[in-house]
Design a protein around this ligand. Structure first.
Ligand code: SF4
Length: 128
């Protein structure tokens, strides 16, 4: 059976708006990109890697840092968003301008087939 992407946010005409006005297509993008931002992408952040108890909060932060950087490095669509993120913030553009932007249009087109969809969509929104 062919795999497809089913975008529940798009179907309901919803997007994710963070408290700082940043507009994302959904919470999966928002959480990943917000986390990445906290860890200083594109630098690797400044929390030194340490050999610590795997159940500690510090270890969780450490893992989050490396995951955030790796996720962005492996996902061109995230990189493109970060590069122009000011253009997707309600402080700078209207919601219409943001949703009509090339980035949102390209994402919509990429989701049309499973093969061309971003990895984050494949991970969370694949249906058969
Ligand atoms: S991960 Fe992709 S398909 Fe899933 S809700 Fe977000 S934009 Fe839509």
């Amino acid at each position: 059976m062919t795999k497809k992407i089913r975008c529940s946010f798009f179907e309901k005409n919803e997007v994710n708006v963070n408290p700082d006005g940043q507009v994302y297509p959904c919470c999966f993008f928002a959480n990943t990109l917000y986390l990445t931002k906290q860890f200083g992408y594109p630098s690797a952040g400044d929390i030194p890697l340490r050999n610590i108890d795997s159940t500690s909060i510090q270890n969780g932060l450490q893992n989050s840092e490396s995951i955030a950087v790796g996720v962005i490095d492996n996902n061109p669509i995230f990189k493109d968003y970060v590069k122009n993120e000011a253009d997707y913030n309600l402080d700078n553009k209207s919601i219409k301008e943001i949703l009509d932007s090339d980035w949102f249009s390209d994402l919509e087109k990429a989701r049309e087939t499973w093969e061309t969809a971003p990895q984050v969509c494949k991970n969370w929104c694949t249906v058969k």
